[in-house]
Design a binder for this molecule. Structure first.
Ligand SMILES: O=C(CO)COP(=O)(O)O
Length: 253
């Protein structure tokens, strides 16, 4: 089963519009000259999305993502941003379930599920993150934690055609500690098997599962060369155009 790679930058709380434009000034010419076929996504802060989308108008190789959204349609929800608004300003993907949102902002599996459903109903694509803490892995709970996150996060979602899953072990995020290619592959194979149980084998074979956690140019080739790793969700190493492009280059199929 061949799945096209999807390599995404998650800029987190970095880069306003001006910095994002400067990034693209360096990044776009590199991508234009690049023969690889990976889908490329940049997840930016809300206020940066319009500038990115304007600069990428007509560019069909690089898509824009948001890092969060409301599960609500509209109304008295101070500080929230709706999927319709994000669509209007050019977002095509939205990250959900990131461990920083789960742990710092207390997002539950039920809320993440509501966001996933809202995003799909809007005709956008969730990049749905799951992952265990070191304590959970060492305590033998890896499989039960991931199974719960997957089952609850995808509850009542019939098709995974527009869903990208991102496996991000919490202990590997921003720590410089990467899961070994073998650990990531074994875990992602398990994630795919849970999806096969919940849906069917064809769905599991087709869904793309990214790995995230200290991905950099030097380890991207080995990680993304694994059977069940279909791309990367990159934080720190995606803040510089050269290193984000290096990840793409080193993961070329
Ligand atoms: O959280 C991440 C991407 O969503 C990973 O972050 P780092 O690549 O900085 O470890």
């Amino acid at each position: 089963m061949s799945r096209n790679l999807i390599v995404a930058a998650n800029w987190k709380l970095n880069k306003g519009p001006a910095e994002a434009e400067a990034f693209l000034d360096t990044f776009i010419p590199k991508v234009d000259a690049f023969a690889g076929s990976a889908d490329i996504v940049i997840a930016a802060p809300f206020v940066t999305i319009p500038a990115l989308a304007a600069k990428l108008a007509g560019n069909n190789r690089i898509a824009v993502a948001a890092q969060n959204c409301s599960e609500q349609e509209s109304g008295a929800f101070t500080g929230e941003i709706s999927t319709a608004m994000l669509k209007e300003v050019g977002a095509q993907y939205i990250i959900t379930g990131h461990s920083e949102r789960r742990s710092i902002y207390g997002e539950s599996d039920a809320l993440i599920n509501a966001k996933n459903k809202k995003i799909l109903a809007e005709g956008l694509k969730p990049i749905f993150c799951i992952g265990e803490t070191l304590e959970e892995r060492e305590g033998g709970q890896l499989e039960s934690v991931l199974r719960t996150q997957i089952t609850e996060g995808l509850k009542d979602i019939d098709s995974l055609e527009d869903v990208v899953v991102a496996y991000e072990p919490v202990w590997a995020i921003g720590t410089g500690v990467t899961a070994t290619a073998e650990q990531a592959q074994d875990t992602q194979k398990f994630v795919r098997s849970v999806i096969a149980e919940l849906y069917d084998q064809a769905t599991a074979d087709a869904v793309r599962i990214q790995y995230g956690g200290s991905v950099k140019p030097g380890n991207a080739g080995e990680l993304l060369g694994q059977e069940d790793i279909d791309g990367a969700l990159v934080g720190g190493a995606a803040l510089e155009a050269d290193s984000f492009f290096g990840i793409l280059e080193n993961s070329a199929q």
